[in-house]
Ligand binder design. Structure first.
Ligand code: PMV
Length: 315
């Protein structure tokens, strides 16, 4: 039996979401929640059949075929297992593209090349929303904490930071507020704001860039108060951008009232919830209690996990 399993992590934007679409830096971190793709020559769901049913799987397979100059031939069966919440700002689509392209490259005996996996996952993600910054596939492929910037369509700079989230910092709790819009809808909505008032938008972007630098320095120097101040400012700027829904704002204000800090992470959301809210407090149980009162599930995850990984290869 031939069998290949490759996994890829979900992510959180610590800061810089949306601004990263316009060439500003972002700070993103891989989480311990992962997605697993298994390809096998035996199974129930063939990759060829799934490509016909699911446009995104087809886009990922096309991106692989183009980048690696291969044509996928049966028999190849696929299983996908994921612990990453879908459509919540935790990078589940990017993790699917990264893990599937990684698995296909192993299946076709290609050299293991994380940058090539990232490049083709980016091409696939662009079929979901054409303005993608590429930050989600970057961190899902490389892991750790990344300083990421899309300079030009063909030039993306990424720096894998050598430091970790300090152990002395209060634990992080993630609250899933759900969301009704897609990332593409929200990115489009922000683009319309830019068109309405270019000067105001440029000012907003430059304030986000400044706070991204402050947050990164505070992490590096292990200054928790400055880190939390930066997150609060970033949240305010995202609210000004219009990507935080009224219900998510209510939750975030309540967390601030008990001395905590919270921000949306990823594209956010306007009308229902705003995806995953990333919160911190010295007593995490108090955040979990608040989340429950607001009717949202909450959970903890480790930050700074490994990128794309080969889990099992049987040839
Ligand atoms: O919500 P997510 O995981 O799709 O994150 C999107 C992040 C954005 O900055 C809003 C878009 C992008 O392409 O970087």
């Amino acid at each position: 039996m031939k069998k290949v399993t490759v996994s890829a992590p979900g992510k959180l934007h610590i800061t810089g979401e949306h601004a990263v679409v316009y060439g500003k830096p972002s700070l993103i971190v891989a989480t311990s929640l992962r997605l697993y793709v298994t390809l096998s020559n035996q199974g129930e769901v063939s990759l060829a059949a799934l490509r016909k049913k699911d446009a995104y799987i087809d886009a990922i397979a096309n991106a692989f075929e183009k980048k690696y100059a291969k044509v996928l031939t049966p028999p190849c069966f696929i299983t996908i297992d994921s612990a990453i919440p879908v459509g919540s700002g935790m990078g589940s689509s990017a993790a699917l593209a990264v893990a599937l392209i990684g698995a296909l490259s192993v299946w076709h005996n290609e050299p293991w090349n994380v940058q090539a996996i990232h490049d083709s996952a980016y091409v696939a993600e662009k079929t979901k929303h054409k303005n993608s910054s590429g930050s989600d596939p970057a961190v899902s492929a490389h892991g750790g904490i990344l300083w990421y910037r899309k300079e030009l369509e063909f030039l993306k700079t990424l720096w894998l930071l050598s430091f970790k989230i300090p152990r002395t910092f209060s634990p992080f709790v993630l609250i899933n507020t759900g969301r009704t819009e897609s990332t593409g809808d929200l990115v489009q909505m922000v683009a319309e704001q830019k068109t309405r008032d270019e000067a105001r938008f440029a000012e907003l972007l430059s304030r986000i860039e400044n706070v991204t630098k402050e947050i990164t320095s505070a992490l590096h120097d292990e200054r928790e108060e400055a880190f939390c101040d930066g997150l609060r400012t970033n949240e305010q700027l995202l609210e000004t951008m219009g990507v935080v829904s009224p219900s998510a704002q209510l939750l975030i204000r309540d967390i601030e009232k008990i001395g905590g800090v919270a921000k949306i992470s990823g594209a956010g959301g306007k009308n229902g919830g705003s995806g995953v809210v990333f919160a911190s407090h010295p007593e995490p149980a108090r955040i979990k209690k608040l989340a429950k009162q607001h009717g949202y599930p909450s959970f903890e995850t480790q930050l700074g996990g490994a990128g794309v990984q080969r889990e099992q290869i049987i040839v």
